[in-house]
Ligand binder design. Sequence first.
Ligand code: ZN
Length: 461
Amino acid sequence: MQIEFHGAAGGVTGSCYLLEVADQKLLIDCGLYQGGREIEEENAKPFGFDPAEIDYVLLTHAHLDHCGRLPLLVKQGFRGEIITTGASRDLAKIILMDSAHLAEEEARRKTYQARKAGRKEPIEPLYSVLDALDTLDFFGRRMEYNRPTRIAKGIRATFIDAGHILGSAAILLDLQESGRHRKVLFSGDLGNRGKPIVRDPAHPPHADVVVMETTYGNRPHKPLAPSVTELYEAILDTLDRGGNVIIPTFALERAQELLYFLREGIESKILPRHLPVFLDSPMAISATEIFRRHPECYDREANEIFHSGRDPLDLPNLYFTRETAESMRLNQIDSGAVILAGSGMCTGGRVRHHLKHNLWRPECSLVFVGFAARGTLARIIIDGAQTVRLFGREIQVRAKRYTIGGFSAHADCHELADWHRQTGRPELTFLVHGEDEARNAMAGRLDGRVELPDLHSRYSL
Ligand code: ZN
């Protein structure tokens, strides 16, 4: 039995781990590298194994940094089975199609620039929409939580709720080879406790070997409840001033959480009943529709709402603006609207148009509810820029800025250590999916042998 680390080994993106057991090769995740040109160049480099030799991919969840290289795997010869939960499968479809569209767009733009510089050959996208469509054919069995399933000879898998996003799972593998038996547990990404809609991470089973994420391995989170209050106050204050509230938001999970909290605010009469809320992101709209199809993933509160015949993600005055023309009409609204639009870091998408129309108006507000990487427009505004450039023009930043830090889809350092403790003193732990600072800090808190694998490193189990 061997394990190899072909992504998220020294960084937080590109998750991809290869297991060889009983003459079978299986991958856990096949994610995209994200976060700036240098990191993203890794995507075009060889996987470190032959995709045609892979028999199975077990997918922990549908975030792009966990599933985003699947079309590339298929393009390079993978013909096996992709196995995941029903919700992850539905979400992965829209995520992969969107990613392929973006890759094609970027390739077209680069080809145009290359032509201007006198080069003739077109730039190929990392993968095409056709590659993404092909990938959907390889999705096979749908896993249910807590149901051990024989994957192949010597391999049984159990998906355990990871409480991170809809459909997310930690995966326990029961492996047998030449009379040797090992239980290997992959955390996937772990959620934080008390998040709305999805359940808290389930108690993990005991394992001999644990592969654990460390995104927040060195940091605690702010509590959620004060952040929700802060969100309500930001909205009420903006309504008083007579402006709009613009919330740059990630399409998957964060957008749905915000709808959930806005509904709670209205039902508890903190927010006005007829508050107009616009979800202005085709991806977020599709993701919201998928959430509505998977109540089996809801936590107790969301389930009670669902079973009482209500929709936990609906509001009296909620509008989905899928079409571009509908989105453009929002620019004519002067006051009283809450607009949720992507991208979360303002690096592209419709939110940039809303910034153009609202950023210079002191009566408006800009509410940041997610992580903003260095160098992104969101971060520049958060850091206090007086003016920004948008669509070729200088625009003053006079809207009120709020940065609300308590919304997170990840377990913090204390929750990670707790989860690890529940796996029953594994003899070997690999720390992945974290910067080295985070991995080192977490390593210092854990018992047993702890390894921080390098990219493409290989270990015997
Ligand atoms: Zn994730």
